[in-house]
Structure formats: structure tokens, C-alpha cells
Design a protein. Sequence first.
Length: 296
Amino acid sequence: MNNGILLALLAYAVYSWSDAAVKALGGGLSIFEIGFYAALISSVCIIATTPRDENWLHFWRMKRPWAVQARALSGSVASVFSIIAFTSIPLAEVYALVFLAPLFVTLLSLFVLKEHVGPWRWFAVVAGFAGVLLVVQPGFREVQFGHLAALFVALLAAISVTLMRSLSGQETRTTMLGFLMLYVLLFNGVAMLATTANLPTPGQAAILLFTGVFSAAGNILLLRATRFTPANQLAPTHYSQIVWAVVIGALIFGEQPDAVSIVGLAIIAGSGLLTIARERIRLGTVRWNPFGRNRL
């Protein structure tokens, strides 16, 4: 196993613990307070560890401003809905729905880009949604707003991927990240002040610090991974988060997925991997990428 794969696996493990910390904050702070403080800490860490070949002084310079703003807007909205999802439903169920994003990318490629979608990718889409039904089990369990929020995050992530692919090679990483940081901080900051702006307790501050630092660490590790291994080859490592969701959910939050849910999670992972494999065969590349989910 090469260094890039190992770094990507470590990055997704770190991301998973960051998401778990967000879940632990639920009920104690509002979603906007969590979003603002976590993004602020993460942004400081990312800027402080910027490689020498990247310059933040000119991040505001854009070649395609509307696409950059659309990507930043989708990311800021997705960050809010992801906090809603993580603080209200089990970790494994959040990931099950968020991992529909590659399948949404396939649908967008059909309806927006007018690309041909073959039988194998249609099978992956149908299987993925069937897997979600096994995990969420609507009709047998109550479908909460957190489930809808996670589904919306997946759709926004797919839109973000489509925008990022169109911007590839035209905009710098600092431009993409810089505007995402601004949007997330401004959106959550204004909403926080307009609703409830409470200072976190020492315990909450410690968890927020953990959340922000681990989120930034995941971003940095994933970026380092792409220096050893092409981003397309790292895409399958994203699904290691399903394992972390089950383990962390059981050990920390007492979430015990039943056998049907485990089968559903396996189907979702399999459908995503099938989508990746078919796109690599058909296009020589993968439409999904390790930075698809908007996060700081």
C-alpha cells in the first residue's frame, strides 16, 4: 500500500472523529455556534499550515467568479445541514445518505451534462438508493429531519463536485478554500448573532478545538496524499468512513446498527465503488474526488 493511500485512510479517520465531535456538541450549542467556531479554528489551522507555493494574499482573484461563488454558497449551506444531520441522527445513517453524492453526480451528468449513463452505472444508482432504504428503513422507523438534511448534503456535494470539475485548472486552491471559509464564517456568524450567541463552556470549547483541528488535519492529510497518489485513485478510501461510523457510533454514542442496516451500508459502499470503477473504465478518470464534500 503506497503512502498516498495510507495518508488518505488516516485523513478520513481524522474526519470521522471530527464529525463525532460535532455530534457530541449537539444539544449544548446551536448549529450556527458549532459551525462558526469550528470553521474559525479550522480556517486558522489551514492558513497557518499553507504550503510555501500557495499564496493567500491573492485568493480573491477569480477567472470565473460566478462559479466560485456558487461553489462557496453550496459549501456553506452544506456545512449547516451536515451539522443538523450529525447532531440529530446516528453517524452511520448520516454517512449512508452523504455517500449518495457520487450517485447524484451520475444523475447530474445525465440531466445537466447530457452524458450517456450505461446499465452498470444505472445499477449502481438503484442499488445505492436501495441500500439507503435498508439503513433508514422508512415505514419501520421514524424518518427525521436529520435524514433529509443528510440527503441534501449529498446533493450539494454532488453540485460542488460538478462545479469543481468545471473550475479545475482555472482557479487556485486558495481561491476555492478562501471563499468557502468566508461564506461559512459569515453565514454562521450572522445567524449566530441573530439567534443565540453564547460563549461555549470550557468543555465545549475543548470539543470545538478538537473539531476544528481534526477537520483541518484531515484536509491537510488529504492534500498531502494527492502528492503521492492521483486524486482519482484515492476516491475509494472515502468509504472507510462507514467503518469508522459504525465503530465510533457503537463505542461513544451507543448506536448499534442492526443486521439489515449493516447490509444496507455494504450495498451503499459497493454501489459507490462500482460507480468509481465504471467511470475509470469508461472515462479513464473518476468524476468523484477526495475533496468532494465541502468541509473546513
